[in-house]
Design a protein around this ligand. Structure first.
Ligand code: ZN
Length: 308
């Protein structure tokens, strides 16, 4: 499946500097999006202040130099290497056979049918890898694990990253966003965020992040514990996030949309709250999993040091 080929190239002046850094880092030409760069940047910016001190120290230790100590600076890295690491391309999403529920065994595979090769398997895999922090001397791999996990946690919360196989998560549904032709997937990756930034936040991403953070301490504060909790002793539960996403895809993203539909104010105002909440949830859950695994590893290393 080549859904990434459908994506549009988009240059945001705001991120030009960052893009250049990332090109230098990846050695590749960045040209695709999953949440746009803004979406991923916001997810990681929401997560950052929620990291505990020890977690932050481990994150700093793992981040590549080009990040300048800022996790958000490398949250789109996985998109930049999507062509260089071709195997990683299916890890950005999961598809269902046209139904509004997710089943791991049925849905989580790549086009060759290899199990686990979807965003759900990727989150499980990179979480497990990061749990070896402190045991492993192979820090380069864990640097990539951190960047992959931070990115995929964002992707999985974009409802159309758990969409229908037939339309490649909305990529093949051509629609008009106000007056411009685009596709439904791109509307959710980029256009809703872009329009919100222009209409409400003076094109200043930090103001949009502030607004989401205010909601976290205000309107959504009662829900955060639920967002973080997984059944049993799991530190992360990507099955649950995928189930939520496909439900939202059916109830909001696909709803009332037909090929060649024009989507405008009605769609924008009713879907923007979903986008903002999903970004918040992804950020909170990213922080939660990092706190659980990196804090624990600090404890483990301390115990080992004390034994010596
Ligand atoms: Zn992605």
């Amino acid at each position: 499946m080549e859904r990434e080929d459908e994506d549009e190239i988009k240059d945001m002046g705001f991120f030009l500097h960052l893009r250049l850094l990332l090109i230098a880092l990846s050695g590749g030409v960045p040209c695709i999006h999953a949440w746009g760069k803004e979406g991923h940047f916001m997810v990681c910016k929401i997560a950052e202040p929620l990291l505990k001190e020890d977690t932050m120290r481990a994150v700093q230790d793992l981040l590549p130099e080009v990040a300048g100590g800022d996790l958000a600076a490398v949250c789109s890295w996985a998109d930049e290497v999507r062509f260089r690491y071709r195997w990683s391309s299916p890890l950005h999403y999961v598809n269902t056979p046209g139904v509004c529920n997710f089943q791991y065994k049925r849905d989580c595979h790549n086009s060759k049918g290899e199990e686990g090769m979807c965003v759900v398997g990727a989150i499980n895999n990179y979480t497990a890898q990061l749990q070896t922090y402190g045991d492993s001397s192979n820090q380069y791999t864990l640097t990539e694990s951190l960047m992959f996990l931070s990115h995929f946690m964002g992707d999985e919360h974009q409802p159309l990253h758990a969409g229908f196989e037939e339309d490649e998560g909305g990529n093949t549904i051509r629609v008009r966003w106000y007056r411009r032709m685009t596709n439904l997937h791109h509307v959710w990756d980029v256009n809703i965020i872009e329009t919100a930034m222009k209409d409400f936040y003076g094109d200043d991403l930090s103001l949009m992040i502030d607004a989401i953070q205010r909601n976290l301490t205000d309107g959504w504060s009662d829900e955060i514990r639920d967002w973080e909790s997984c059944s049993g002793k799991l530190v992360t539960c990507p099955n649950k996030y995928a189930s939520e996403s496909i439900r939202l895809a059916c109830d909001y993203a696909y709803k009332d949309v037909r090929p060649e539909s024009t989507l405008g104010d009605d769609y924008f105002f009713s879907r923007l709250p979903i986008v903002q909440k999903r970004i918040a949830q992804a950020g909170v859950r990213l922080a939660s999993v990092l706190n659980q695994i990196l804090d624990a590893s600090v404890g483990k290393r301390m115990a080992r040091m004390l034994q010596k």
